[in-house]
Design a protein around this ligand. Structure first.
Ligand SMILES: Nc1ncnc2c1ncn2[C@@H]1O[C@H](COP(=O)(O)OP(=O)(O)O)[C@@H](O)[C@H]1O
Ligand SMILES: Cc1cn([C@H]2C[C@H](O)[C@@H](COP(=O)(O)OP(=O)(O)O)O2)c(=O)[nH]c1=O
Length: 203
């Protein structure tokens, strides 16, 4: 339960279109009269910036705990207060990112679940998947600051496959999950498809 508001997460591989989709989805929700908060992880706090720009310095268990700490801070300071007053919170990256990237970093899933045990369960987690070559190329064109996203198409395929596995894992843990393959669809088409699913969960 997340209070009177609704908590929606958009997650998936780097370059797949999370940020673009989040913005378009928020526009549609706002047009529909909902009060919307668009947010992302890592956050812009000191903890979040350290995680986002520190993936060469911080690794494995250290990075896993850092992003989990940023997540709890995010929940306390931003997400829960917005949900408490009935807003729709749309968050770009959340638990699924940790289950994928920290696992690629050698951290055991049990540990990841344990340190994330007290986070809020989103009303819907949307996992975007797509052609790994396209996603990696878009991420590269935009500029890459993360150690996890420097690999080429093969690394992109591994990341994409792991998101599919994590989608199943989240479902089995009781998280409502929607997997959406972006294919060669335009961002507006992706947002429209997701909007219908999100709207069905709104008050
Ligand atoms: N469906 C799409 N088709 C073509 N280009 C896209 C699509 N979605 C996003 N892009 C472009 O790809 C790049 C990465 O998108 P972005 O939303 O930042 O991805 P992410 O947040 O998942 O890393 C951006 O330049 C964006 O304009
Ligand atoms: C939320 C999160 C981020 N991170 C780190 C590593 C990621 O590469 C980075 C995400 O940075 P970000 O700038 O969001 O990447 P992109 O623009 O490609 O979506 O933050 C984790 O390692 N685990 C997490 O759970």
């Amino acid at each position: 339960m997340t209070g009177p508001g609704r908590f929606i997460v958009i997650d998936g591989p780097s370059g797949v279109g999370k940020t673009t989709t989040t913005a378009l989805l928020c526009d549609r929700l706002a047009e529909g009269g909902w009060e919307v908060v668009a947010t992302k992880e890592p956050t812009q706090s000191t903890l979040g910036s350290t995680a986002r720009y520190g993936t060469d310095e911080y690794r494995g268990l250290t990075l896993a705990c850092l992003v989990a700490a940023d997540r709890y801070h995010h929940l306390e300071r931003e997400i829960r207060p917005a949900l408490a007053v009935g807003k729709v919170v749309v968050c770009d990256r959340y638990l699924a990112t940790s289950l994928v990237l920290q696992r690629l970093d050698g951290v055991e899933p049990d540990f990841l679940w344990a340190i994330n045990r007290h986070i809020d369960r989103p009303d819907l987690t949307v996992i975007l998947t797509g052609d790994p070559a396209s996603s990696r190329a878009r991420a590269a064109a935009r500029g890459i600051h993360s150690r996890f996203h420097r690999g080429g198409e093969d690394a992109g395929r591994t990341e994409n496959d792991l998101y599919l596995r994590v989608a199943t894992e989240l479902s089995e843990a009781g998280f409502p999950v929607l997997v959406h393959d972006v294919r060669d669809h335009r961002p507006e088409q992706v947002a429209a498809a997701i909007f219908d699913q999100v709207r069905a969960r709104l008050p």
